[in-house]
Design a protein around this ligand. Structure first.
Ligand code: MF3
Ligand code: CO
Ligand code: CO
Length: 291
């Protein structure tokens, strides 16, 4: 709900400025879109300058952790070693790996290999071998603020087919990113991602996707990549969300590990790739926060 606030009262965003000098025009614009039937973000999803500064500090940690993983990841390494490195690097920077104990998740990072779609458990028994592709998904929490992004890594000699899947998935994220600007719609992002995946013969996972992020690990909105231009939530300055499509070489259908309730794999056993970027909607376009 958009609240009515006196023009001379402090703005709801917590900036300390008068409403009329801060988010008044913003709210008018939101109301216009709402009247036209658009799904508009609640005030809770609009970050103020202080929150954005905190989120950016957290993102510095997250990027450093992923850089560290990039430096050391190699053939012969058990994925449990990635978990250890993520834990050590994150805590050494004064942050917490947010996945640890999140809704019972037992590790500091998700490591999803080959046909694993997401939420892979690091394990001493999963030893990276030549030809593997792996997604390492890191989330850092610093001073209460979250940063979430993931990268793919190629291990040793990877087949041209799998290499292409990884490359195209990255292109999907970057094409989606190009669509991020104020007063556009999340469906613009979704369609850009989906069109590129489809054009390459791939399928995008439907029911797992991106999300608002920063003050909580997972906030509204859900960011789907099977959506259409002009649909879904309006993008407004101050929103922070992730673009993180899971792109499958075969079917988009997937199964969840019944033993642990977390690990998601493709139903047909064909490879899946994912990159995750965290982005801020600005007054003029967007700013990449974590990648
Ligand atoms: N980092 C994942 C995401 O991009 C979420 C992982 S949830 C966890 O949203 F519990 F597995 F960590
Ligand atoms: Co995410
Ligand atoms: Co993530």
């Amino acid at each position: 709900m958009l609240e009515k606030l006196g023009r001379n009262l402090p703005c709801w965003c917590g900036s300390g400025k008068k409403y009329k000098n801060c988010h008044y025009d913003f709210d008018e614009r939101l109301q216009d879109f709402k009247r036209q039937g658009a799904l508009v973000p609640s005030h809770k999803l609009i970050k103020n300058a202080e929150q954005i500064a905190g989120i950016k500090e957290s993102c510095k940690v997250n990027i450093a952790v992923l850089d560290k993983v990039a430096e050391v990841i190699c053939e012969g390494m058990p994925t449990s070693e990635i978990d250890r490195i993520v834990y050590e690097t994150t805590t050494a920077m004064g942050a917490i790996p947010a996945p640890l104990h999140y809704q019972g998740f037992p590790y500091s990072v998700c490591t999803s290999v080959n046909e694993q779609v997401c939420h892979g458990f690091p394990s001493k028994d999963v030893i990276l071998k030549s030809g593997d592709i792996i997604n390492v998904d890191c989330t850092s929490k610093l001073n209460g603020y979250y940063a979430d992004s993931s990268r793919m890594f190629l291990i040793g000699d990877v087949s041209p087919e799998k290499k292409k899947l990884v490359e195209v998935t990255k292109e999907c994220v970057e094409l989606g990113l190009e669509q991020v600007k104020p007063w556009g719609f999340l469906g613009d992002v979704g369609q850009a991602v989906n069109d590129h995946a489809k054009a390459n013969g791939y399928q995008v996972v439907r029911d797992i996707g991106g999300h608002g992020c920063g003050v909580e690990f997972h906030e509204d909105p859900f960011v789907s990549f099977v959506t259409k231009r002009g649909e879904e939530m309006l993008m407004a300055p101050g929103m922070v969300f992730t673009i993180e499509p899971m792109v499958n070489m075969g079917t988009c259908e997937h199964v969840t590990n019944k033993q642990n309730g977390w690990e998601v794999s493709t139903r047909d056993g064909k490879p899946s790739a994912q990159w995750e970027i965290m982005v801020l909607v600005t007054e003029t376009g967007h700013e990449v926060l974590s990648y």
